[in-house]
Design a binder for this molecule. Structure first.
Ligand SMILES: [Fe+2]
Length: 230
């Protein structure tokens, strides 16, 4: 199974595409390989991972689940701590019925809220398991700007970044909402959108389960330490 031309066009033009069709893990990997290189989030992990709401725990490292538990997850880029973040993220509902949505925030909304001069001047320190590095929040060097933002692993280094962080934490976004249904798949362009997790009115730790596949695609860094070590 591969994406149709229309689905590809939607992903290219809007930064996300959703589909409602039943398929197996092999089809999921075929779609992923058609978009780039499916990679695990950590060495030794499966390329297809399962994301479930988890209660916060001081035992865990600083992950979204350990910090926010069953609450909302703020808007972020997946794998923002990688030298080049994953290009696409595929999410597929494989759980039982649940009411917790996913929100997608296109980069154009992000760019209308933040002052471009601040975005360009802002410097951020990103910390991950492999160490820290300085980076930008938006890369304007290509024809299509790319965003990298994760409030947990990225911290402002200069005044411009501090200003951007304040704006981002104060804004009430009007994102695109996805309410999950069985067999629904959502493909996100991880460079051109941010995404977040919404709330559930019940404890959905047993019912909500999303499969996730990260897709790596870079002309500059074809391999990165996580994949080399996996
Ligand atoms: Fe995410």
């Amino acid at each position: 199974m591969l994406l149709s031309q229309g689905q590809r066009a939607q992903l290219r033009d809007y930064g996300f595409v959703s589909m409602q069709s039943e398929f197996d893990d092999l089809d999921l990997l075929r779609i992923a390989e058609d978009l780039g290189r499916p990679v695990p989030s950590k060495p030794g992990r499966s390329v297809i991972s399962e994301l479930r709401p988890t209660r916060s725990s001081s035992q865990q490292t600083e992950t979204f689940s350990s910090v926010f538990g069953l609450g909302e997850f703020p808007f972020h880029t997946d794998t923002a701590h990688w030298p080049v973040p994953a290009r696409f993220v595929i999410l597929r509902d494989v759980g039982r019925r649940h009411d917790r949505p996913t929100f997608v925030l296109p980069l154009r909304m992000f760019l209308t809220v933040c002052d471009t001069k601040d975005l360009v001047a802002s410097v951020w320190k990103t910390t991950g398991p492999m160490g820290s590095f300085l980076c930008s929040i938006v890369n304007f060097s290509n024809e299509n700007p790319a965003v990298r933002y994760d409030p947990l692993c990225m911290h402002p280094v200069n005044q411009a970044a501090t200003h951007v962080a304040k704006v981002l934490s104060a804004i009430r976004w009007k994102p695109i909402r996805f309410d999950w249904k069985a067999h629904m798949t959502l493909i996100i362009d991880n460079w051109r959108t941010l995404h977040g997790r919404g709330m559930s009115v019940v404890d959905d730790s047993e019912s909500r389960c999303l499969q996730r596949v990260l897709i790596y695609k870079s002309d500059h860094l074809p391999l990165f330490p996580y994949v080399l070590a996996a």
